[in-house]
Design a protein around this ligand. Structure first.
Ligand code: NAD
Ligand code: DAU
Length: 352
């Protein structure tokens, strides 16, 4: 008799990082059934998954994680073995204008999944896993030196990071209280194909193409640690398969850039790609009002991922950035589709 396949629920699989995770799992593990659960908010886009949507081991479920009843029904129906939870409201600026939406999806939505997993698995936790994808922003901000480790105390500064921190705490609490098997990974800033152009890198790529201002918050000296999204997907694969129960792992690129330096590099590469004279795109750089509660610096010590699981980033920033720019230039239609309509309303409100 054929052994029944392991059923993996991936939430937020139509979003930026989720779509790369879904693709990797669908292609690499035909022995798994992959269920991509996504509400398709402004950030979710099935165009991101066209190449795998007809694979036999791929299924799409359009469901809201805030709908507890629907989540319970799905767990009862499909009896998922494992969960990789990415669905979230993910943009800091939006969390400043609508914090409650972040509490709903990131906290209540996560609780709905935790409750359904606990109730479905409670009699037998063998081979079960709730893998929660989180962010380095839960640690707050660093000064000029130092790195976030797994021991850094949580100190979130934005409604987004507070909601992610809260969801991390609930996952850990379900592990302690109900013995729910879990892993949490906290990752630094991702970039790459399919990222929604509200985030710094694709926003600047889009604006350079359109000859629009490149909005630099504050003095531009804020620092982020950038990781190519496919390296993150590979790290998730490793933590999912080889991570230890109830452990947390930090994932990062060892790749710190001040925003202004990063934007200048983007401008240089784009000038060449678009046959513009050197310095032309940089003229678009415009300093604008700072983000309230803006975290000065993030940087990750990914030593535990490396030592315990053998993971390290495989793509240099220059390679990753070039691939990313090429992807956006080759996928103008995708960019046009996601920047029409509602995006314009958001953009005008955010940057007016
Ligand atoms: P994204 O905004 O691109 O995608 C989020 C996805 O979740 C979308 O497909 C959206 O439709 C879906 N979603 C939102 N609300 C939902 C709901 N109520 N029910 C079901 N689906 C819903 O986000 P991303 O950048 O891909 O981030 C994915 C995860 O990784 C998030 O949990 C985020 O906190 C975390 N993370 C992101 C980064 C980063 O740099 N982007 C870094 C570290 C961690
Ligand atoms: O660190 C991980 C986090 O990285 C993830 O958890 C979040 O989901 C993701 O959005 C990202 O958060 P950031 O706030 O760091 O990313 P964002 O792309 O919004 O901004 C990067 C930096 O660029 C930040 O210092 C703010 C600045 N910025 C951003 C925008 C959108 C600007 O200067 N101008 C802009 O227009």
């Amino acid at each position: 008799m054929e052994k029944s396949k392991i059923k993996i629920l991936i939430t937020g699989g139509a979003g930026f990082i989720g779509s790369h995770v879904v693709r990797l799992f669908v292609n690499k593990y035909p022995e798994y059934e992959i269920f991509n659960l996504d509400l398709l908010t402004y950030a979710g886009n099935l165009e991101n998954l066209r190449d795998i949507e007809h694979h036999e081991n791929y299924h799409f479920l359009k469901v809201d994680i805030n709908d507890g009843q629907a989540i319970n029904d799905l767990f009862r129906k499909y009896k998922f073995d494992k969960v990789i939870h990415l669905a979230a409201e993910s943009h800091v600026d939006r969390s400043i204008t609508d914090p409650l939406a972040f509490v709903k999806t990131n906290v209540i939505g996560t609780m709905n999944l935790l409750n359904a997993a606990k109730d479905t698995w409670k009699d037998d936790y063998d081979n079960k896993l709730f893998y929660h994808i989180s962010t380095d922003e839960v640690y707050g901000t660093l000064g000029e030196t130092g790195l976030f480790t797994e021991e850094t105390p949580y100190d979130p500064n934005s409604p987004y990071s507070a909601s992610k921190a809260s969801s991390d705490h609930f996952v850990r609490a379900y592990g302690e209280t109900y013995d729910l098997p879990f892993i949490i990974t906290n990752c630094s800033n991702n970039y790459g194909p399919n990222q929604f152009p509200e985030k710094l890198i694709p926003l600047c790529i889009n604006n350079i193409i359109e000859n629009k201002a490149l909005p630099v918050y504050g003095d531009g000296k804020y620092t982020r640690d950038w990781l190519y999204v496919i390296d993150h997907a590979v790290a998730i694969d490793m933590a999912f398969h080889n991570g230890s129960n109830k452990e947390t792992y930090n994932i990062g690129g060892l790749n710190e850039w001040q925003n202004i330096e990063l934007i200048q590099l983007l401008c240089e590469v784009m000038d060449k790609k678009l046959d513009r004279s050197a310095g032309e795109s940089a003229k678009l750089i415009t300093y604008v009002k700072d983000r309230p509660g803006h975290d000065k610096r993030y940087a990750i010590d990914a030593g535990k991922m490396n030592k315990d699981l053998g993971w390290k980033p495989s793509v240099t920033f220059e390679e990753g950035l070039e691939e990313t720019i090429d992807w956006y230039l080759d996928n103008e239609e995708w960019l046009k589709n996601v920047t029409s309509g509602r995006y314009q309303e958001y953009y005008d409100k955010q940057y007016s």
